[in-house]
Design a protein around this ligand. Sequence first.
Ligand SMILES: Cc1cc2nc3c(=O)[nH]c(=O)nc-3n(C[C@H](O)[C@H](O)[C@H](O)COP(=O)(O)OP(=O)(O)OC[C@H]3O[C@@H](n4cnc5c(N)ncnc54)[C@H](O)[C@@H]3O)c2cc1C
Length: 248
Amino acid sequence: MFFEHCQVSDFQLETQHGITAIYTSQGKFFTEHVVNASGGWSSELFAGIGLTIPVALQPVYVANFLVSVNDIPESLPIIADFVNQAYFRRWRGSILHMHQPRRRQGKDIASSFSRATMNPDGANVIYDALSFNVHHQQLEDYVGKVTNRFPKMGQPVYAGGYHSFFDITPDLKFILGLDTQVGNLYHCLGAGQALKYAPIFGELIADLIIEQQITYDAIGIEEFGISRFIDKDISHYWHTESLVQNSL
Ligand SMILES: Cc1cc2nc3c(=O)[nH]c(=O)nc-3n(C[C@H](O)[C@H](O)[C@H](O)COP(=O)(O)OP(=O)(O)OC[C@H]3O[C@@H](n4cnc5c(N)ncnc54)[C@H](O)[C@@H]3O)c2cc1C
């Protein structure tokens, strides 16, 4: 059974059995297993039962530009531009949509996590009216990237921008698999790059629950377990070299 527009507000947690029921806007549901796929809302949602889910929000500026249809063919692929540090894609009509990649510098991750403690609304901040603007300097920067990437393009016309948020973890890697404290809770969290992995994540977690193992031989998800954050100062993660290397 599948419910839409069904907000989870709380959990019934029993020491022996884990989460035995969830409270939602459509009533109470008893359950054998729970999958946390609530992304940037996770830390707020699970704080009530004493779990710390290390997901924070990193602002990402998104802008749309009106350009000539002749400049962006329908076949334009999504471009991950390592030189200009930007993603470009075509939207319906003749809109060129763009945004920056996740920031991978330790100091940027640290600053996102510092804000998380001051953000009682969790990921609901996305829908705040204040998010629906992009300041002038940001826009100038983006126009520069568009013209660098597409030098033959006519003048792009700004057609709206906003800031959205990447759902980041301390080491920018996914959080997947069984929780360490609640025996029937599985995490399925994207870490700011999960759109493209969503189908495989669904199958992985379903396999874990139903088969009690993963049928994809080549994939070990231990690397992504939430246990890596237990008993560690999370700032350790944003001071490691590997985060800085690969920057899109
Ligand atoms: C501007 C932008 C561009 C991006 N581009 C790409 C890209 O090109 N490729 C890519 O791979 N990734 C991209 N990402 C990242 C990608 O969107 C996320 O990593 C991905 O959506 C995370 O998936 P998720 O399932 O973990 O969380 P989400 O997609 O955030 O899903 C969480 C869901 O939980 C729901 N929820 C929250 N609280 C509750 C509650 N209490 N009860 C019930 N439901 C609840 C929310 O409504 C939401 O639907 C982009 C992100 C941004 C912001």
